[in-house]
Design a binder for this molecule. Structure first.
Ligand SMILES: Nc1nc2c(c(=O)[nH]1)N[C@H]1C(S)=C(S)[C@@H](COP(=O)(O)O)O[C@H]1N2
Ligand SMILES: [Mo]
Length: 250
């Protein structure tokens, strides 16, 4: 949160300075037009940032969908994943590495005992279905604070345990979504430990984004400065193979 707030006030101060500096030439019609344009642009920019900070709608328990369908991979079904599933994911780890001061490797029971957030939200898939469910897990920001993002980190890449047609599933988000209060690493759906079809043992919930951004079977979270070198370079599995938008805000 503090990261978002300080960014926003830095922008406001920057634009204020620009407007003040232009006061002396504001009599000239051309300058006035320019100034108006700058002010409008600033207002739009600030509006966009405020909107991205807004919360997704949360629902009541009785509004949950009776069935929450699964989509994409329903079971990674690799020897490694199957061994983890057989052991009830006791040795599953989520590593946080890349551009961080203190790389972390967290066991699933550590994630499950951290202070968690509960949120009942609506999942929207581009294939034309939605479902409301209750998700539980620690805020991603808590883990990022523990790992200490380096100043050059701009995106987080979520590496998953499954592959479709031989290509590993992955996704990425920027730091505004990463620090959003409703962005969590969910280990439960509707008060039960996450099952395999929904991403066991842990998946991303990034509630201001469409379904394909919500990476399931998360094993590694990598902080990077650029998405260029990652897989097809478009920032996600569907972005690479089908040209889906990287920014899938709703
Ligand atoms: N690892 C992984 N994550 C994934 C997918 C996938 O195939 N593999 N599918 C995505 C899509 S398109 C959607 S709509 C949601 C579906 O989540 P659900 O199976 O819990 O309904 O997961 C997303 N995350
Ligand atoms: Mo989806």
């Amino acid at each position: 949160m503090s990261r978002l707030l300080s960014r926003r006030s830095a922008l406001a101060v920057g634009a204020g300075g620009l407007v003040a500096a232009c006061d002396t030439v504001a009599q000239l019609p051309a300058a006035q037009t320019l100034l108006g344009g700058a002010e409008r642009a600033h207002r739009t920019l600030q509006h966009t940032i405020v909107a991205r900070d807004a919360l997704a709608v949360e629902y009541r328990a009785d509004q949950r969908s009776p069935v929450f369908r699964s989509n994409g991979t329903a079971n990674p079904n690799t020897p490694d994943y199957n061994a983890h599933a057989a052991a009830r994911f006791a040795d599953w780890r989520v590593t946080i590495d890349g551009l961080v001061a203190r790389p972390l490797s967290l066991r699933i029971d550590q994630l499950r005992t951290m202070p968690s957030r509960n949120q009942i939200t609506r999942h929207d898939c581009v294939e034309g279905w939605s479902a409301i469910g209750k998700w539980t897990g620690p805020r991603l920001s808590r883990l990022l604070d523990a790992a200490g993002l380096r100043r050059d980190a701009r995106y987080l890449v979520f590496h998953c345990a499954d592959a479709l047609n031989g290509r590993p599933y992955y996704e990425s988000i920027d730091l505004i979504d990463a620090f959003h209060p409703q962005t969590i690493l969910a280990w439960a759906l509707n008060d039960r430990l996450l099952d395999v079809p929904h991403g066991a043992p842990v998946r991303l919930r990034v509630e201001r984004q469409l379904g394909y951004k919500h990476a399931k079977y998360v094993q590694r979270i990598e902080a990077v400065a650029s998405l260029d070198g990652i897989a097809g370079g478009k920032g996600g599995f569907w972005e690479d193979v089908a040209g889906y938008d990287w920014y899938a805000g709703i």
